[in-house]
Design a protein around this ligand. Structure first.
Ligand code: APR
Length: 245
């Protein structure tokens, strides 16, 4: 499908549209995804780095890994896909971005209504008092300490942990009452992967942008076999032009 048709389709939703994004949207910013040939889970074992048990066993190792990912993300730039979604929101074509990503590239691209289902790597939370601190760079000391003396942990959702209730509730509500464009997710991690089903069950459309097929492809009204950066660079250029007028 030509990109112009994707943009026509997006505009045809007249703002009744939300985006659900996964690691693939940040791949074109140089951030590794989790699955697939160069995925992080091919090099590292999630149970050693992304579980509460791993953190209890070896907080230094877990923090070294997150500090490495934080540096990757802080050194990266939003790509045309992040920027297009931000301009779509500004143009009233998109209500919100619901993301599984812990990076802050949507915010840095200019998106304002971003719902983080799996937390944020630029935040850390005290394991004692619950205080949340926003980081602009990786912490100096590993593991970082709270001013109350408690050990800080990355403010992200680890395997086996519940998603933040408010964010998940908002995501379900939005996906039950809007068309959903799903960008760069393998759609194998729940409950995020179930969100497009709410749209379909309520008579809304599901559009997918992913170079590979996923379990969502079958149910999607349209599945674009394309990298997000490429699929959205033209849309970004058109909207940048329109917004600058
Ligand atoms: N543009 C769009 N999609 C891409 C691109 C790209 N340039 N490159 C890769 N992809 C696709 C892959 O084909 C794959 O379908 O992005 C998807 C990435 O899948 P995963 O690596 O599984 O990432 P994600 O779906 O976000 O994982 C969900 O799993 O490990 C947990 O908490 C972690 O939030 C993450 C969750």
């Amino acid at each position: 499908m030509p990109i112009e048709d994707l943009f026509r389709l997006i505009k045809s939703f007249s703002g009744n549209l939300v985006a659900l994004t996964g690691a693939g949207i940040s791949a074109d910013s140089g951030i590794p995804t989790f699955r697939g040939k160069d995925g992080l889970w091919n090099k590292y074992r999630p149970e050693e780095l992304a579980t509460p048990q791993a953190f209890a066993r070896n907080p230094e190792l877990v923090w070294e890994w997150y500090a490495w990912r934080m540096k990757l993300i802080f050194d990266a730039e939003p790509n045309p896909a992040h920027k297009a979604l931000a301009l779509m929101e500004k143009a009233g074509l998109l209500k919100a971005v619901i993301t599984q990503n812990v990076d802050n590239l949507h915010e840095r691209a200019g998106s304002r209504n971003v719902i983080h289902l799996h937390g944020r790597i630029d935040e850390m939370r005290c394991t004692e008092c619950g205080e949340i601190v926003r980081n602009e760079k990786p912490p100096e000391a590993i593991p970082p300490r709270c001013r109350c003396g408690g050990m800080m942990r990355p403010n992200v959702v680890w395997f086996g942990e519940a998603l933040p209730e408010r964010e998940l509730g908002r995501a379900v509500q939005l996906c039950s009452s809007n068309n959903v464009i799903v960008i760069g997710t393998s759609a194998v991690v729940y409950p995020a992967a179930s969100l497009p089903v709410y749209a379909k069950n309520n008579g809304y459309a599901v559009i997918e942008v992913n170079p590979d097929a996923t379990p969502l492809t079958e149910m999607a009204d349209l599945s674009l076999r394309e990298r997000a950066g490429r699929a959205f660079e033209k849309i970004y250029a058109i909207l940048k032009e329109e917004v600058s007028r």
